[in-house]
Design a binder for this molecule. Structure first.
Ligand code: GLC
Length: 731
């Protein structure tokens, strides 16, 4: 189709140019995009073509000044717009007008299971990118959660390809309405930070097509992503920034991607592969800027002078070059040269309200015994807050997603502002984690040093806990190296910094304890039976404290559900059970295949600590019996859901499907639908799922996607381990 378009564009161009001076059609935005691209391409010199295929600074690539084609500016990251950096450095440039709204991490967005929130997120962050005059937003990340140790899981959207795919699409569409391209990352198989530049992922085609590619495919085919970022790691021996099968064969040919493949920063290693294996825009290649024989270190990039030399002496294809140039021109015409894009806005009340709303919809109430939550300030007069994560800012650190937030409300401040004098709030540190306060020269301004020993910290917390009506323990992880941060994985799934000891000691003297986990990853909870409440609060950004207080005080009824499994222990995870996760091996074999997350737990009959899709509410919901009927070539499953509690709530109704008879082994069941419904107390709504033939298919390495006749079962429930009704149907 696209080739036809290009041919037609070329013909149209030829005709339109025969009898008139070469009008600059590429500037006429009323013309079809392909016509404009062909016109611009026809005017560019070889040097100009190569000039737009690589960086000119840390985050920008050149335009074509002679033709009035502007530079392209990229920016991190998925949760907010990174502060301006110096021309050729990671450190911030020291501007005073580049702070941003820090949105919740994408694990929180995924946990909202709300496509409405995803759209709101994309609109808001897209407006901030546009206002900062950025053309490409380096996100969202949709890599599948394969191991709880991956340092960047907080940037991604969980363990299920269907959920990650559905949840990234509205974000993408809304960002791009601002004339800002997304750059969906890290394509593909970048499921750990350990050894990320060097490990070769060994993955069977079934797992590749059923688990690791679908979210990217949805981003391209449903989201319409204008650019994609190649990953650092290798697959079948080729780096993903220049991988013929993944970039040319699957992304561009099979999926019809017409955008640009942008390398991860420093992810380009081999000139010949960079030329032939699908890379279009080379960024961040490690040159020391000094010994380049070309003078300017950016000229030493693989797609710079080395490429130009090969083109000049006929060692490189002009057709391949022109395809790259077309893709980068399309990216430019859709963004930098798009004169219809909005102006954008930065740090507006609307953006902060959006951040707070998304956070409130993503927070997950994991345990709530004795209705310890929401806090009842009629009965609770003395609240003890314990833990470093109650006072620590989490928007600084973590790697490229680190931000300079205009504001960040910490949990303790959010609680103090919400509670005021309605109760007494005291604080105890409990433990000292990491004193990190700066990243890329952005400083939180908070000095976390504390001279006390571990024992003294625990003793002080216990003494205070004896006097409190309730203890809120804020623990979890943080954005320091080895925690939830880029470039390294966690060493273990346990909570760091002796937090378990603090929780154990507090529960000895106070039975009313709620543990709030600030993290982007699952953690072990050996104390789970000693506490009444557990809340996963994720990394929530600027509005963290307000959103957490909203939920703890019941202003917001929690409705989030887990986008990934919380195993009891690391060995309950497939990659670790099969010893298939390696930190320093050059080869990582994904031995668990398609059995990732709940797929593994259900295959092995392992009861997780908290299951995929689990999340409680301050109200209760009842599910009616599911009915199934033919609907076109597929089926329709309908059921009633009723709010049987005393207050309004949102319920995420989940549809899983199992294939009862298949020629290849399939998971027990797989997520194929979800609906987030708002129900007033006592209200009943009818929920309908459409089951298409595509939803019933599996990938056969010999035949491709196949739909086999036979019996299927639709499971509808509140979580993967909380199925309320099932109905069989036959295809
Ligand atoms: C980093 C990350 C990528 C980021 C890029 C630019 O190494 O892998 O996600 O967008 O480089 O900072």
């Amino acid at each position: 189709m696209k080739h036809t378009l290009i041919a037609a564009a070329g013909l149209l161009l030829a005709v339109s140019c025969t009898n008139t001076p070469k009008t600059r059609i590429y500037l006429d935005e009323s013309q079809p995009l392909e016509v404009r691209v062909e016109d611009a391409l026809s005017r560019m010199t070889l040097e100009e073509k190569v000039g737009i295929l690589h960086a000119q600074s840390k985050f920008s690539s050149a335009g074509v000044p002679r033709l009035g084609i502007p530079e392209l500016w990229t920016t991190d990251g998925p949760h907010g717009i990174r502060p301006e950096v110096k021309w050729d450095e990671w450190d911030q440039a020291g501007w005073t007008n580049d702070s941003c709204t820090a949105y919740p991490a994408l694990t929180c967005l995924a946990a909202s299971w709300s496509e409405e929130m995803s759209a709101l997120y994309g609109k808001s962050i897209g407006e901030e990118a546009r206002y900062r005059e950025k053309d490409v937003l380096l996100g969202p990340g949709v890599n599948i959660y394969r191991t709880p140790l991956c340092g960047r899981n907080f940037e991604y959207m969980g363990e299920d390809p269907f959920l990650a795919g559905k949840m990234c699409v509205p974000y993408i569409q809304e960002v791009q309405k601002n004339g800002v391209a997304v750059c969906v990352k890290h394509y593909a198989l970048n499921n750990q930070e350990a050894n990320r530049h060097h490990y070769n992922a060994v993955v069977d085609d079934r797992a590749l097509y059923e688990i690791y590619l679908p979210a990217f495919k949805a981003a391209v085919q449903e989201g319409g992503a204008w650019s994609i970022m190649g990953a650092y790691n290798l697959f079948e021996g080729e780096h993903l920034c220049h991988n013929d099968r993944i970039l040319n064969k699957i992304l561009k040919e099979e999926w019809g991607f017409d955008g640009a493949v942008i390398s991860d920063w420093g992810g380009t290693h081999v000139t010949e592969e960079a030329i032939t294996n699908g890379l279009d825009l080379e960024m961040g290649t490690g040159t020391n800027g000094l010994d380049s024989k070309y003078g300017n270190s950016y000229d030493a990039y693989h797609l710079a002078m080395p490429y130009l030399e090969r083109l000049r002496d006929g060692r490189a294809s002009m057709d391949v070059l022109n395809d790259k140039v077309r893709r980068v021109l399309r990216l430019n015409f859709r963004t930098a040269m798009n004169s219809n894009k909005p102006y954008g806005s930065l740090n507006s009340p609307e953006h902060n309200e959006a951040a707070r709303k998304i956070a409130g919809e993503g927070i997950v109430l994991l345990k709530n015994e004795n209705n310890i939550l929401p806090l009842d300030l009629e009965k609770t007069s003395k609240i003890l807050v314990v833990g470093e994560n109650a006072i620590k800012k989490m928007t600084v650190g973590g790697g490229s997603s680190s931000l300079k937030a205009q504001n960040e409300c910490t949990p303790i401040v959010g609680l103090q502002e919400a509670i005021g004098d309605k109760a007494q709030i005291t604080y105890q540190r409990g433990y000292v984690g990491d004193l990190l306060r700066t990243y890329n020269s952005v400083d939180t301004g908070i000095d976390l040093t504390d001279p006390r020993t571990e024992e003294e910290l625990i003793a002080d917390a216990v003494a205070a806990a004896k006097e409190a009506d309730i203890v809120l323990f804020f623990g979890g992880l943080n954005k320091s190296k080895g925690q939830d941060a880029e470039g390294r994985d966690r060493a273990a799934m346990a909570l760091p910094y002796a937090q378990d000891k603090v929780i154990d000691a507090i529960t000895e003297v106070n039975k009313n304890v709620v543990v709030l986990i600030v993290s982007g990853n699952a953690v072990e909870m050996p104390w789970i039976d000693k506490v009444d409440g557990v809340v996963e609060t994720w990394f929530l950004g600027s509005q963290a404290g307000h959103a957490i207080a909203d939920v703890l005080l019941g202003k917001v009824n929690p409705s989030g559900k887990l986008p990934f499994t919380f195993p009891v222990k690391l060995e309950d995870n497939g990659a670790h059970a099969l010893n298939a996760y390696h930190k320093d091996s050059l080869s990582v074999e994904y031995k668990e295949g398609i059995y990732v997350g709940y797929r593994w737990a259900e295959k092995q009959n392992i009861k997780p600590l908290f299951a995929f899709g689990h999340g409680l509410s301050y109200t209760t919901f009842e599910y009616g019996e599911a009915k199934c009927s033919k609907s076109g070539s597929g089926y329709k499953v309908t059921l009633n859901v009723t709010n049987t509690g005393a207050r309004e709530g949102k319920e995420i109704v989940q549809l899983y499907i199992s294939d009862e008879e298949s020629s290849l082994e399939r998971p027990v069941k797989e997520l194929k639908g979800f609906k987030k419904v708002t129900l007033a107390a006592g209200e009943t709504k009818k929920v309908t799922f459409e089951i298409t033939e595509d939803m019933l298919k599996f990938y056969d390495p010999e035949k491709g996607w196949v739909l086999e006749k036979g019996k299927f079962t639709a499971h509808v429930g509140a979580a993967s381990d909380d199925i309320r009704t099932t109905v069989d149907f036959t295809k």
